[in-house]
Design a protein around this ligand. Structure first.
Ligand code: URA
Length: 219
């Protein structure tokens, strides 16, 4: 059973309101992380340098889900630490999220050769993702790119139609974005990324105000 820990005096700034994982969650997370690091259930396990499990809080309010580790992530064993990671980190700063309120992971835990998303490996890897989300229990899942969206919500329309709008009444709520790597391709994609990110910020704030019954604006 998860406990929600509020700071002694509730801050006016929702960004700093942390949750805490229970000891049981921490134990289960360590066990799951060991299993993922040792996993050889699909061929990608033989190509990797490191399985890439997660970075962030163990009691996040928002989890960002990418597609698969790239070269830098494979080298360091941490998700989104390359060029796309810089773009994602900038987005996280724009949203005003503090370190204890979010987490970052991928659908695939091992780098696919040529960075080509492997759907068959994603099916094999799926139980890892499901167990991660069950333990992290975020309020909101932000999918990054088409493969992440499809993995989380198989009935979603194509990512360009879905991005920038929350998906139906599911728990956790799903908010799709295009993949941050797309922003390196053209100004058009950068503008789309910025627009959808602003929509995510607006939606998240309004949702938070509703769920928390707050009347003041989020700074
Ligand atoms: N790095 C990741 O960890 N995931 C992606 O989807 C892209 C880059």
């Amino acid at each position: 059973m998860r406990t929600r820990v509020e700071p002694p005096s509730a801050s006016r700034d929702l960004r700093s309101r942390a949750r805490s994982p229970s000891a049981g969650t921490e134990r289960a997370w360590r066990k799951l992380s060991r299993e993922i690091r040792a996993c050889r259930r699909c061929p990608l396990g033989s190509f990797r340098t490191h399985a890439v499990v997660y970075r962030g809080s163990l009691a996040p309010r928002i989890v960002f889900i990418g597609e698969a580790p790239g070269a830098e992530e494979d080298r360091r064993g941490i998700p989104f630490v390359g060029r796309s990671g810089e773009r994602l980190n900038a987005a996280i700063r724009t949203l005003g999220l503090v370190a204890d309120s979010f987490g970052v992971l991928n659908v695939l835990k091992c780098r696919p050769p040529g960075n080509r998303f492997d759907r068959s490996a994603a099916r094999t890897c799926r139980p890892h993702l499901d167990r991660q989300l069950a333990l992290l229990h975020p309020e909101v899942v932000v999918t990054l790119g088409a493969h992440a969206l499809r993995s989380v919500d198989p009935t979603a329309p194509p990512v360009l139609m879905a991005a920038g709008k929350p998906r139906g009444p599911s728990a956790p709520s799903v908010f799709p974005l295009i993949h941050p790597a797309a922003t390196f391709r053209s100004r058009q994609w950068s503008e789309r990324w910025a627009r959808d990110l602003a929509a995510l910020g607006d939606w998240y704030r309004s949702r938070d105000l509703k769920t928390q019954g707050r009347s003041e604006a989020w700074p």
